[in-house]
Design a protein around this ligand. Sequence first.
Ligand SMILES: [Fe+2]
Length: 223
Amino acid sequence: METTRILELEEILKPYRMETNLPMLRLAEKGIPLPTARRIAREYGPGNAASPQIMAAGISQIWDEDLRISLVVNLYEECGEGDKRQSHIAMFGRFMEAVDVNLANVKIEPGSLTDRLISTFLKVCCEGPDYRALAILHGFEDVFSYICGLVGRGLEKSGVVSFEAAEFFRHHAVSDLIHAERMRDAMLGSANTEEKWRECLDLARLGASLIYDVYDSIARESN
Ligand SMILES: [Fe+2]
């Protein structure tokens, strides 16, 4: 049953991995220009800043210790394993600084894709129960690793920021695949009825589409 479920999930998430998103593929191939890099900083900066809160909200829904541990490990990594300079907030901060965008000056437009991304994740993770929070987080982490891979390639190609300043994207291209896998296994364990599993698929799709839409709109505007 587990293999069937993994395949079902795979089918749902695949279209959001941007493997056929031409504007994004073009950016990865030809390089990301400075205005687009700045837009990424403005649009995704607030989302990244909210991610420890979102993960903590998800963790608060989980009473099973095995499931909770997998999420705590993700959050610990997100916080730089105790080293603030290696936290993902600091990592993205170095990218923002390189493109001269200050998070303190970034306003989230009500109803914007960034607003939708943050508010939906917070809502689902605060409401629970466990399998719902795990499903939306899994959808995000799976797709985000592919997006980061493409953005990382595009930044490297244009050389608009230094190798160090692009670390966030290189790191997430790999780490989020591992995070997503932990989340998926926890979700498979917690969705113990067919009804819950159907809900998981819908929420994984929602999580994937929310982050896809943010980067899709940035890429479209750039082309
Ligand atoms: Fe992260």
